[in-house]
Design a binder for this molecule. Structure first.
Ligand code: PEP
Ligand code: MG
Length: 579
């Protein structure tokens, strides 16, 4: 049994066999073979080595130019590994002794070697681990060939273990069979974490060395409440976790019962709870969990789970489906927030060195006007179906906002010419998710109907900490006084300008922040639907005066740690069962 501690990003407990996938979605279950099959599997290993060698030899020969020397050298190193007889012997010995498949043996041995390399102090040697993973992938490609199994077509419950998952991979998982996620990489507000939370799949990220510890088919417990992953637990641990899992399910069931009750504080202040969604079919869940509309529809996911660009009609259909669930209630459609981690770098012609500071979000839209206009056309067309609002992400200055609004007006004119009806007075808002936008909030407020504070990016950009990088995940905290002061500025400025303001970052899903947010004047929050009952329970258990006191205390503190501890203690008193 091995216990690993990471960062809890999506609550719940799951116990299941592991399914290891790499970035190419290979699944390598530990499947046993009959003794008579050994000879066949060993032959498969030989063929895979032979085919991988000839593939590499051809590739090596093709690299002739001087600038391709480096690549040629890498291929030469890989070829040396493939010619190494002792490596092949280790793999075939494993098949002989443990009666496992060729792919399992290859994966097991290669990962063992890679893990050994990773532990080396010498940087040159430790970096060779990447070569080993590369060779492993090449061999697996040969072995699995056309019969690669698709993680979208599972037939049994699994927990997914991977080095890293893209938001697209996570969004494509079959919710019926994928019971949990655990990754080496990632942070609390990485998009994989956000999708896991939306889908209600327990998840833990930033687990150092995880993929070197788990083999396909191992039993794994994912504790998404405490950020723990247990590999091959003993019987007593499984029993304890089964009990804990039942208790947690009971708590959730109890909380679900408050769905029909209003989100009102004990002293009668109404708080509006909206939902964050990535796909139209999640709108129903928002409704089920007691949400009063959609506060953030991350429309870029329309682009992420397909190979070709969505058409105007694809956009329109997705929006119409969402609006049909919330006919007379707000649906805030955020224009595509592509780029950074939400545009696979492989799709870009030239990968950017600093994608989070690069051509992402509204900047990408303003440079790709045809795509942008297609989306705005669909949003405007859908605006007559309900209470649709449009929101621009990652605005960093007034000029960007003006440009985006001008394009919106252009598209309105196009619709006029086409005699298509739309809501001419559609409410237009922006996300405040950069320090520059927060500091300029009073100016930006004059040209919008509403703000939504994206605390995920606001925290990332204020503290200069990549939100998805596990190496700096301990430095990433929305409880940092610098972040809190910016949030307070935005709230105050929007109140002065008398425009609506909401919080739609993950902060709004975290119980410990709710009293603070209410105390600094937040009255609308948008969050992941599975978290709604718990957050509503907190709202119903406090008075605004309690919250004001919490905010006053916290805003007088200078250290993140002091603030985090104080907030945790405060919420524990309100909802002890959640901890
Ligand atoms: C945010 O940045 O807080 C936000 C809500 O947007 P996203 O998480 O999609 O970047
Ligand atoms: Mg954002």
């Amino acid at each position: 049994m091995e216990i690993k501690k990471g960062v809890a990003v999506s609550p719940g407990i799951s116990i299941a066999r592991s399914l290891i996938i790499d970035s190419e979605d290979y699944r390598i279950p530990r499947r046993l073979i009959e003794p008579s099959q050994r000879i066949i599997e060993i032959q498969r290993v030989r063929n895979a080595f032979k085919d991988a060698t000839s593939e590499l030899t051809q590739l090596e020969a093709g690299q002739s130019a001087i600038e391709q020397r480096k690549i040629k050298d890498i291929f030469a190193v890989h070829l040396r590994f493939l010619h190494d007889r002792s490596l092949r012997k280790k793999i075939t010995d494993l098949i002989q002794s443990e009666l496992v498949t060729a792919e399992y043996a290859v994966s097991e041995i290669m990962r063992g070697i890679a893990s050994h390399f990773t532990k080396e102090k010498d940087a040159y040697i430790s970096e060779r681990a990447a070569d080993i993973y590369d060779i492993e992938r090449r061999l697996l490609r040969q072995l699995l060939g056309g019969k690669r199994e698709d993680v979208e077509h599972l037939t049994e419950e699994v927990v997914i273990v991977a080095h890293e998952l893209s938001p697209t991979q996570t969004a494509g998982f079959n919710r019926k069979f994928v019971k949990g996620l655990a990754t080496n990489a990632g942070g609390r507000t990485s998009h994989t974490a956000i999708v896991a939370r939306s889908l209600g799949i327990p998840a833990v990220v930033a687990l150092e060395g995880l993929t070197e510890t788990v083999s396909g088919g191992d039993t794994v417990i994912i504790d998404g409440n405490r950020g723990i992953v247990i590999v091959n637990p003993d019987d007593e641990t499984i029993r304890q976790y089964e009990e804990y899992s039942l208790e947690f399910a009971e708590l959730e069931h109890k909380l679900d019962a408050i769905r029909e009750k209003p989100a009102v504080t004990r002293d009668g202040v109404k708080i509006t709870l909206l939902g964050n969604i990535e796909f139209p079919d999640e709108a129903e869940l928002v409704l089920q969990k007691g949400g009063e509309g959609i506060g953030l529809y991350r429309t870029e996911f329309l682009y992420l789970n397909r190979d070709s660009e969505p058409t105007e009609q694809d956009h329109y259909r997705a929006y119409a489906e969402t609006i049909s669930v919330f006919k007379h209630r707000p649906v805030i459609i955020r224009t595509m927030d592509l780029g950074a981690d939400k545009y696979t770098q492989s799709k870009r012609f030239a990968p950017e060195p600093n994608p989070f500071l690069g051509l992402r979000s509204i900047r990408f839209c303003l440079q790709n006007l045809t795509m942008f206009k297609t989306q705005l056309h669909a949003i405007l067309r859908a605006s007559v179906l309900g209470e649709v609002k449009v929101m621009f992400p990652l605005i960093t200055n007034l000029q960007e906002l003006m440009q985006a609004k001008m394009i919106l007006r252009d598209v309105m004119e196009d619709l006029d010419e086409e005699s298509i009806s739309y809501n001419r007075n559609i409410q237009t808002g922006i996300m405040i998710e950069t320090p520059s936008a927060a500091l300029m909030a009073s100016t930006l407020a004059r040209d919008v109907d509403f703000f939504s504070i994206g605390t995920n990016d606001l925290t990332q950009y204020t503290l200069a900490v990549d939100r998805g990088n596990e190496l700096v995940s301990t430095l990433y905290s929305s409880a940092d006084p610098a972040v809190l002061r910016l949030i307070r500025t935005v709230i105050q400025d929007s109140h002065k300008a008398q425009i609506d303001v909401s919080i739609c970052g993950e902060m709004a899903s975290e119980p410990e922040y709710i009293m603070l947010l209410l105390g600094i004047g937040v009255r609308t929050i948008s969050l992941a639907p599975p978290m709604m009952p718990e957050i509503k329970q907190i709202i119903r258990s406090v008075t605004v005066e309690d919250c004001n006191n919490v905010a006053r205390k916290v805003l007088g503190m200078n250290s993140e740690r002091q603030i985090s501890n104080y907030l945790r203690v405060a919420v524990r008193k309100i909802l002890p069962e959640a901890f």
